[in-house]
Each structure stands twice: as C-alpha cells, then as structure tokens.
Ligand binder design. Structure first.
Ligand code: CA
Ligand code: CA
Ligand code: CA
Ligand code: CA
Length: 229
C-alpha cells in the first residue's frame, strides 16, 4: 500500500510540472524541435516541450535548461506526425511539410522582413498558399491578402489579355500560357519574363502586369506566372 501511494504522488508531480511549463509565459528554453538545434544566445523560449518529448537543447552560452530525458519519462502526446509523412515531429525537420524547416519558421528567417510562421501549420494565414510558397514568392505569410494571385482582363475589341498580379520588388516572373487545360504545364508556352522593380511597404509590393497581344484566333487561354527564389 505504501509503495502504491508513493507512485501516485510522483506521477501527479510530473503532470503538474508539465502543465505548468506548457502554460508559463516566462519560459526560458528555446526548443527548436527534436532534431536538435539551439539558440545562439539571448532570451530563449519554450515551444513544444509539453506535448513532445525530446528536443530540448542547450544555449550557446552553455547553460543547460530542460533535458529531453526528463520529459521522456512519460508522454502526454506520443508519436505526433503533423504532416503524416511517417516521420514523427521529433525527428522531422519540417513538421508541416511546407518546404520550410521548423527552425526557419520559428525564427522567421525565411522572410524579409523577418516573419515567424507556424511550424505545425502549412498555411499560417489560410490564403491557400503555403508558408513555403509565400517564402519563394516574397509575400507576407501572415496576411491573407498578400499572395501571388493572377487576374486576367480580356479586351475583346483589341484581342488583348492583360495579366496582372502583385509583384515583389526584385523578383522576376515568367509568364506562360496554354490553350487547353489538358496540355499540362510542361507544354505551356513561355511568353516573357517580367521584373517587378521597387515596390511599396515592407513587402515591396508593386502592381505588375503583362499584356498578351497574340489572341487573334484564340477563344480561350490559360495563363500562369512562375517565380523562383
Ligand atoms: Ca512528419
Ligand atoms: Ca515547415
Ligand atoms: Ca499563406
Ligand atoms: Ca499571405
């Protein structure tokens, strides 16, 4: 009977500790994820330690914070695989499979200006473009109105189509078309490259467009723009 009581006491103590560390706003350990990685000094922040065992590292100053082995003594949530790729989050450098490593999402370094994104959420602002895609396009991953979207306006009288999008200053966009949706992108025709210069605000947004003058005998056309990192 005595041993049973002792075990119960220890278990409750551990649970209480975990809950406290999860909710505490003054956390001092920066947990990147189970794959490792540590802060390069300064204030550290605890993110995942409660739900996920492991992944608790050292700061560069040498101070040891939480050790993964401690949380591994019990599990509140085991084997979480956010993106379902068969690799548990603890060992997955890109939990949400959006093309950005967890450490880059947590630090915000994939964007200019630096912008943190959810390392367990592929599309942080829900605009239909993943954080990784927005990193390539140079759009704001925390603004649903900031994305690489294309608007096409057809001028029937002049047989012209004006393709417009919000460009990111410094980016070059390749404009393609195909006349049948069954052709596939590999067979799309490259019309031109368009550079977006300057741009306003932190995200250097500039109205960018291309006018297709080759519509004489065409009744429908599908346009694409491609931007690279
Ligand atoms: Ca995974
Ligand atoms: Ca990611
Ligand atoms: Ca998005
Ligand atoms: Ca966005």
């Amino acid at each position: 009977m005595n041993s049973y009581r002792s075990l119960l006491f220890v278990t409750l103590s551990l649970l209480l500790f975990a809950r406290t560390s999860h909710c505490a706003p003054d956390q001092t350990s920066f947990v990147i994820d189970g794959a490792g990685g540590s802060s390069s000094g300064g204030t550290l922040e605890l993110l995942d330690a409660c739900g996920q065992a492991g992944g608790i590292e050292l700061s560069s100053s040498g101070s040891k914070f939480l050790q993964g082995g401690f949380l591994n003594t019990f599990s509140l949530q085991t084997s979480l695989d956010t993106d379902g790729d068969g690799l548990d989050d603890e060992a997955d450098p890109d939990n949400d499979d959006d093309g950005l490593e967890d450490i880059r999402e947590i630090s915000g370094s994939a964007f200019s200006p630096v912008t943190r994104t959810g390392h367990n959420v592929a599309d942080s602002d829900g605009d239909g473009m993943t954080d990784g895609q927005e990193s390539v396009a140079g759009t704001n991953p925390q603004d649903e109105d900031s994305l690489l979207g294309v608007t096409v306006t057809y001028d029937n009288g002049n047989n012209e189509a004006d393709i417009e999008w919000d460009g990111r200053g410094g980016k070059t966009y390749k404009v393609y078309y195909m006349d049948s949706p069954h052709e596939g992108f590999a067979s799309a025709t490259h019309l031109d490259d368009v550079s977006a210069l300057g741009g306003s605000g932190d995200w250097m947004v500039s109205p960018t467009n291309y006018t297709d003058l080759s519509l004489t005998t065409v009744t429908q056309r599908y346009y694409f723009i491609k931007v690279e990192p």
